[in-house]
Design a protein around this ligand. Structure first.
Ligand code: C2E
Ligand code: MG
Ligand code: MG
Ligand code: MG
Length: 310
């Protein structure tokens, strides 16, 4: 029995062994170096940055527009992490977060993301563009109040109002200490920072969170949105999530909107905001500025045809 029991235990802990794999550890080492080396790039908005040391690669935020579905107005951006590794190429943020999440590197990474995004908001403001940005944090970042202190400090330094910033919380692990997370979220919310529940409908983002957390927005996971036009079940799930969130007074954002048909279905379902390749891909800040200057809201073709009918 004991042998079998131990066997089970090994199986259970297999992900931990993988967590310490040489591959992952070397990725973490490179990430730490990249965080240290490319830190100075931020001081130079629009610049190509400092000369890169070999092995470090470049870490920077990309920005994807969020668009009001009924008016087509750009209401903000989501900041998404990008790391161009010199040998591995672009490292997917999910892979990176998975490697960093249980280590001290995660704290450095989140600090860097907060710094970059607030600095970018100030740069846009100075350029006459009062943009609003959402950034992603994992629930682990909320176990201490460090992030609140950092955000408060940076917003004050750049004289930015708190409502320019929004936090999207994702759960890649069960919430270990909900009480402490709640304390941190409440502090943020009192500051005037809106909180969105990301990847709604997947994983551990349970209905409990809707009741317990000080949320102002839910983001419907792209896996449902991507399937909407081809799969009636996905469409039904998306519609009921919109209805539920609406009934709770929450703003609803759909991510993964890749085509016009999906946009029209979301419009008909009463979804507030959309994000996806149909509008714009995640882009470096300079590119986003160019994109925005050329942006024209999409036009509902059917509505126009209906109006022009005699
Ligand atoms: P997320 O927060 O749910 O971000 C949305 C993801 O959907 C992004 O993937 C984005 O590039 C992708 N996406 C947007 N529009 C479309 C579309 O029309 N079609 C498709 N197929 N995909 C679309 P990305 O950038 O690879 O990020 C993946 C996840 O990594 C994010 O999911 C978020 O959970 C995490 N992440 C990204 N940046 C950060 C960060 O700075 N900090 C933390 N903690 N997590 C981050
Ligand atoms: Mg997100
Ligand atoms: Mg999401
Ligand atoms: Mg996600």
């Amino acid at each position: 029995y004991e042998a079998k029991h131990r066997g089970d235990a090994v199986a259970v802990y297999a992900p931990e062994a993988d967590h310490n794999s040489p591959e992952r550890l070397s990725l973490l080492g490179d990430l730490r170096t990249a965080l240290e080396v490319t830190g100075g790039v931020r001081a130079e908005p629009g610049g190509t940055g400092l000369p890169q040391l070999p092995g470090a690669g470049e870490i920077r935020m990309y920005y994807q527009p969020q668009v009001a579905i009924d008016t087509g107005e750009v209401v903000g951006v989501e900041a998404l992490l990008r790391w161009r590794h010199p040998e591995r190429g672009m490292v997917h943020p999910e892979e990176l977060i998975k490697a960093a999440e249980h280590t001290a590197v995660m704290r450095l990474l989140t600090r860097r993301v907060v710094d970059d995004v607030i600095e970018q908001l100030a740069a846009w403001r100075d350029a006459g563009l009062p943009m609003r940005a959402a950034l992603n944090v994992s629930v682990r970042d909320l176990h201490t109040g460090d992030i609140v202190d950092q955000i408060e400090d940076r917003l004050a330094r750049y004289r930015l109002p708190a409502d320019r910033l929004q936090l999207e919380i994702t759960e890649s692990a069960l919430m270990a200490d909900p009480r402490r997370v709640l304390v941190t979220l409440s502090r943020l919310s009192r500051l005037g920072i809106a909180i969105a529940l990301d990847d709604f409908g997947t994983g551990y983002s349970s209905m409990q969170h809707l009741r317990r957390l000080p949320l102002s927005e839910v983001k419907i996971d792209r896996s449902f949105v991507l399937g909407m036009t081809a799969d009636g079940d996905d469409a039904a799930i998306v519609r009921s999530m919109i209805e539920l969130a609406g009934a709770l007074g929450l703003r609803v954002v759909a991510e993964g909107v890749e085509d016009e048909r999906t946009w029209r279905m979301l419009h008909a379902a009463g979804c507030h905001v959309a994000q996806g390749w149909f509008y714009g891909r995640p882009m470096p800040a300079e590119e986003f500025g160019v994109w925005l200057s050329r942006y024209r809201p999409p036009v509902l073709q059917d509505a126009h045809r209906a109006e022009s009918r005699p």
